[in-house]
Write a new protein. Structure first.
Length: 277
């Protein structure tokens, strides 16, 4: 546990039964490796000259991994640590490498909805077309958002998907190197979103054709998918002894579900209620 961040550690704890959901093959470069590399005499000036550090253009996977490590020193990351009184040596980055999933949709499941006045058994589910980059970033538009509860009640829609640009897996596939810091384990400091995740091959961005998108025009398809994601959330939550989870994942073109990350809902941040559509 001392060598891995939460992404790698919690992923390793998932134990799906056959057919429930998938976990991508993963490998993690553990905490301390970057620091060991910096100790090499050839990198004596590296700490002072990070912006000029050579990232080999002819070895794309190395460039991606180094880019994740280098994100420790972005202006935003450094400023955040200084503001919170977190020393540079206290923050460590592991790097989680995974094949990028050929996602038809990406999702986030909050297994216990943080929305105001939500039923205690409700989950909040968000879905976008393509990869999750457009979901977790501040790109324009909305994700499909719905409250889903146990039983047979129809999901309660909050917003339809409207993000004009989707991010998609490149032809031939690629791998992603994901930051996996110990920032979530440091007292008084939340490092989620501060450090970069980088694909080996750039992912194409293209307009989403909502004119024929079943998330909008096929209510049965939409409700079935939302219900399926609710059930997935309960399976993952049960894997962690009932602790509420924030789950990120992908829906593949064949309809199968892939869990890419699950982390505890440390605090349920109250969201402003959204008008129903």
């Amino acid at each position: 546990r001392k060598s891995l961040g939460g992404k790698s550690f919690h992923l390793a704890e998932l134990t799906p039964k056959a057919g429930e959901y998938k976990i991508p093959p993963s490998a993690t470069v553990p905490f301390g490796m970057f620091e060991e590399v910096l100790k090499d005499p050839m990198n004596d000036d590296f700490r002072e000259e990070l912006d000029d550090a050579p990232l080999l253009a002819d070895v794309p996977w190395q460039r991606a991994m180094k880019g994740v490590w280098a994100s420790k020193w972005t202006d935003r990351a450094v400023s955040s640590r200084k503001q919170m009184g977190v020393s540079e040596d206290a923050l460590m980055l592991a790097v989680l490498a995974q094949p990028l999933q050929p996602a038809a949709y990406a999702f986030v499941i909050h297994t216990r909805s943080p929305m105001t006045n939500a039923n205690k058994e409700d989950a909040l589910v968000e879905v976008v077309v393509g990869l999750g980059e457009s979901l977790v970033s501040n790109s324009p538009g909305r994700a499909l958002s719905a409250s889903v509860g146990p039983g047979g009640a129809a999901p309660e829609l909050h917003t339809f998907p409207s993000k004009p640009i989707g991010v998609f897996t490149p032809d031939g596939g690629t791998h992603i190197f994901r930051s996996d810091s110990n920032g979530e384990d440091l007292e008084g400091f939340a490092g989620a979103g501060l450090y970069d995740s980088i694909t080996v091959v750039d992912c194409p961005n293209r307009p989403v054709n909502y004119a024929s998108e079943p998330l909008i025009f096929d209510a049965k398809f939409r409700d079935d998918l939302l219900r399926k994601l609710f059930d997935l959330g309960r399976l993952v939550e049960a894997n962690f002894n009932g602790q509420p989870q924030d789950i990120e994942g992908a829906v593949l073109k064949d309809g199968s579900l892939v869990v890419l990350q699950s982390r505890p809902q440390v605090s349920l941040v109250v969201l402003q209620s959204r008008p129903q559509v």
